[in-house]
Write a protein that binds this ligand. Structure first.
Ligand code: 4NP
Length: 144
């Protein structure tokens, strides 16, 4: 699960997908394309919205996406079109490129929708992000 800062959207996506899959079979991680928040806890507003729905994401710490992740993971879900471009730039071959998907294509195929970045917005943004990611992760989990 990849976003820009790895403190708002992708930590929620990681927590949500983890809650829907068998952890002995599926490894879920998140990262940011940027490195500003490496080592940090998720944003307090993400922690709060996760808590509201019974998810604890405080075990997570910020990480930066690296080319090595293409070797580890089978599927790379990005939160928006900007993340998509940044991650695709790091792919070194078509096999790696085909691992990268906009996460909202799960629920809105063909629309190339972004999960809106809630960082500068209010709490309403985090509720919206949570609901969008919950629906998308449900589809992903059903397929894995
Ligand atoms: P995220 O939100 O990509 O959903 O984690 C952001 C968090 C931090 C920044 C940008 C987006 N930032 O510029 O620090």
């Amino acid at each position: 699960m990849v976003c820009l800062g790895n403190i708002c959207r992708s930590p929620l996506a990681e927590g949500l997908l983890k809650s829907k899959v068998d952890p002995s079979k599926v490894e879920v991680q998140s990262a940011g394309t940027g490195g500003w928040h490496v080592g940090e806890l998720p944003d307090p507003r993400s922690i709060e919205i996760a808590n509201k729905y019974g998810l604890d994401i405080t075990n997570q710490r910020g990480k930066q996406f690296s080319t090595y992740d293409f070797e580890i993971y089978d599927h790379i879900f990005v939160m928006d079109n900007s993340n998509y471009r940044d991650v695709m730039k790091l792919a070194t071959n078509p096999y790696e490129e085909q691992k990268v998907h906009l996460i909202l294509e799960e629920t809105h195929p063909g629309e190339k929708r972004d999960v809106p970045d809630p960082y500068h917005g209010g709490d309403e943004g985090f509720e919206n992000v949570y609901q969008l990611l919950d629906a998308a992760c449900e589809k992903i989990a059903a397929r894995l």
